[in-house]
Design a protein around this ligand. Structure first.
Ligand SMILES: Cc1cc2nc3c(=O)[nH]c(=O)nc-3n(C[C@H](O)[C@H](O)[C@H](O)COP(=O)(O)O)c2cc1C
Length: 246
């Protein structure tokens, strides 16, 4: 099975999103999947110009000559793609959204009505990859993934695909904390991510039990608020000292 991860974090390999992806891919590798991670922040990806020439003059080809031609090729030849992103302003990052806009050449312009009487563009390809979503956010509640849940469900429909797993970690900044208590919780969570990666490759879905465990917070909201506020106070003091010395 070929898996391609499209990571939309500007922090790329240093980000919390990548820490989640790494653990997940370890499990996918255990089940003999072949995975590649692409850090979109390091690619040359221009905005869609909205010209629709990819639907008319040269069907399936974009006029913008940047890294997207190769990336679209990688996507369409994958069995599974992973959209990996932090939550930015309740949504995916701009980097990932720009990438998603540029996938329009992969579908055909003609309209039809689906089984729910809703319009859809036709397929350009016989097969589209299944979708996994891996995301984290700074707030401690699962409710901050509402927009992503809806966005990816709609995106999967438009791309003639389906979501086979969604992994959302609230309070994701805890992944880069190094207190002893957090190290234990993070290590347990990463083990669970590894198990999820293996399970997904083997069954093309996650079990109800795994999903339930993945949705459990790493610490209580109240503890999280306390430790987050302490962290920001520390950072503000540090910044004030640095400002004073310049
Ligand atoms: C510009 C910006 C907007 C953000 N917006 C949200 C948000 O709406 N909700 C939230 O819970 N976290 C928000 N965050 C926090 C990030 O989701 C969080 O820091 C995450 O761990 C970053 O992941 P990364 O290290 O993979 O980039 C935002 C961060 C930035 C820099």
């Amino acid at each position: 099975m070929k898996i391609t991860v499209f990571n939309g974090s500007p922090r790329a390999e240093k980000g919390n999103t990548h820490a989640m992806v790494q653990a997940f891919l370890e499990g996918a590798n255990d089940a003999r999947a072949v995975a590649e991670t692409i850090f979109l922040a390091k690619k040359n990806i221009q905005h869609c110009e909205g010209c629709f020439l990819c639907w008319t003059s040269h069907p399936g080809q974009c006029v913008i000559k940047d890294d997207m031609e190769i990336l679209r090729g990688k996507l369409i030849t994958s069995d599974v793609i992973v959209y990996a992103t932090p939550v930015y302003v309740d949504n995916v990052t701009g980097i990932l959204k720009t990438f998603m806009d540029r996938l329009v050449p992969l579908i055909d312009p003609h309209f039809y009505k689906d089984e729910n009487n809703e319009c859809l563009h036709r397929k350009r390809y016989g097969k589209y990859p299944k979708i996994v979503v891996i995301a984290n956010c700074g707030y401690p509640e699962q409710s901050h993934f509402q927009v992503l849940r809806l966005l990816f469900r709609r995106n999967a429909r438009n791309m003639h695909s389906e979501i086979i797993a969604e992994i959302y970690l609230a309070g994701g900044e805890l992944l880069s904390q190094n207190s002893t208590m957090m190290k234990i919780a993070v290590s347990r969570y990463k083990k669970l991510l590894r198990k999820s990666g293996k399970e997904l490759v083997e069954n093309m879905k996650l079990s109800g039990e795994t999903i339930e465990k993945l949705n459990k917070p790493l610490m209580s909201d109240q503890q999280y608020i306390k430790s987050a506020n302490k962290y920001w106070d520390r950072m503000l003091s540090k910044a004030a000292i640095t400002r004073g010395t310049h």
